[in-house]
Design a protein around this ligand. Structure first.
Ligand code: NIG
Ligand code: FE
Length: 416
């Protein structure tokens, strides 16, 4: 299948596959071509250029031509942090919070992550696959082409394996590119209450070897937070994961300043995520590291947490990535267009910075920057075409509107 998109008003985020991530002041640059064409062949980006230099069509075999007059073309969003596999929604906790309870208070009553764990344990693999496929289809139509999915609602050997097997099945069934993360250290399950050390032993001695044996995950994540896992415990678990070939990621500084960034940078984590309580010392630590600081504006907004210090991080020369954290407790949305809008409106990121953060920088945070995250010859043909809009800043400006008209995944046009 070949596709030619012509008369593109702006082809956004074009490069030569020479950037793996974008840092600091560079994030203000969003390389784009006005009045452009884009050719797709065999699932890959074949060529692109300005309409003035368009060579014409010599071979019409199996060619679909799309006229994108007044429309923009973007690389698909990469969402490097989600918990998209879960059994049930948790709107009753949302109402409890509206009535004055905090996220922490709900968790202490057995709600929160433990509530999701209870429900997931009672759900079949098939039910989990079907509900996750609906969510993946929804985010795909909102322009997402690659998704990282975490376990962490199982919290027993059996149920963590069940979740990760579901994610493995989703990799086969969904057209999206999917990466799997083991998050056994999401919370201490009820049956281990008061004996966290024994649960950590279960993670290290039983869960990790079984996951490695079945090759069920690429990453190992830890919720480093008061009442969850300490910095020291996080390092211990991440190092055990590394021994099994799982790269570290960390839920860091979401509800308090608890050492998550320190643990992550120490273990060469590919990303540290959330970051609402990041201070100067964490910014210094991330400098000169390979770690991608990732903000999750959906969770910050939904839980009404303090803003992460995004401007300070970018001014210090750090890269920043934006992911959705799609999950039933703290971010029941996987809409990356909304995440970008929230980042601009709330944290004063420029549209260029936010688009870089949700494409090339999130691709980096899931080891996909050679194949995803920009329009480059040879990369996967994962792009979306907007409706008629004045320019890319219109995307975060008109938050809440659906401005995506056509999605192409691996060179196949997806029906809206
Ligand atoms: O990323 N912070 C920890 N984990 C999730 C929330 C999960 C839940 O509440 O179910 C998060 O926000
Ligand atoms: Fe999360």
């Amino acid at each position: 299948m070949r596709i030619l998109i012509k008369n593109i008003k702006t082809l956004v985020q074009v490069d030569d596959n020479d950037r793996s991530r974008v840092c600091g002041a560079e994030m203000k640059n969003l390389p784009s071509i006005n009045d452009a064409w884009l050719a797709i062949d065999d699932g890959l980006i074949a060529d692109h250029g300005k309409m003035d230099d368009f060579p014409g069509i010599s071979d019409w075999t199996k060619l679909t031509v799309i006229d994108a007059t007044d429309k923009l073309v973007f690389p698909g969003w990469c969402d490097s942090h989600t918990h998209i596999v879960y059994a049930d929604s948790r709107e009753s906790e949302f109402v409890d919070r509206l009535n004055g309870l905090s996220y922490e208070q709900i968790a202490q009553r057995g709600g929160g992550i433990l509530n999701s764990a209870q429900r997931l344990r009672n759900a079949s693999e098939e039910e989990l696959i079907q509900s996750a496929l609906v969510r993946l289809d929804e985010v795909m139509k909102q322009g997402t082409c690659a998704v990282e999915i975490k376990s962490g609602y199982g919290l027993s050997l059996e149920s963590e394996l069940k979740m990760l097997r579901v994610i493995k099945k989703l990799k086969e069934l969904s057209p999206l590119t999917i990466k799997a993360t083991f998050l056994g250290a999401h919370a201490v399950p009820a049956e281990y209450k008061g004996d966290k050390a024994r649960y950590i032993s279960l993670i290290i001695d039983k869960m990790l070897p079984a996951i490695a044996e079945e090759k069920l995950a690429e990453y190992c994540d830890v919720f480093c937070e008061n009442n969850y896992f300490t910095k020291e415990e996080s390092i211990k678990i991440l190092e055990a994961g590394l021994k099994h070939g799982l790269k570290p990621k960390v839920h860091a500084e979401q509800l308090s300043n608890s050492g998550g960034v320190e643990a992550g940078v120490y273990c060469n984590a590919i990303s540290v995520d959330h970051l609402e309580y990041v201070e100067e010392k964490e910014i210094e630590l991330i400098k000169n590291s390979i770690t991608m600081p990732t903000i999750l504006p959906g969770a910050q907004f939904f839980l009404q947490l303090p803003h992460p210090p995004v401007r300070k991080m970018i001014n210090a020369g750090l890269p920043v990535a934006i992911a959705s954290d799609y999950n039933p407790g703290s971010s029941p949305s996987g809409n990356m267009n909304l995440m970008i809008a929230l980042s601009c409106i709330q944290y004063k990121m420029t549209p260029e910075e936010a688009i870089n953060a949700a494409t090339i920088n999130t691709a980096y945070a899931m080891d996909l920057s050679t194949t995803h995250g920009s329009i480059a010859i040879g990369k996967k043909a994962n792009v979306f075409i907007t409706k008629e809009i004045p320019g890319y800043s219109f995307l975060p400006y008109s938050f809440g509107s659906n401005l995506i008209e056509t999605v192409i995944i691996n060179g196949t046009i997806i029906k809206q």
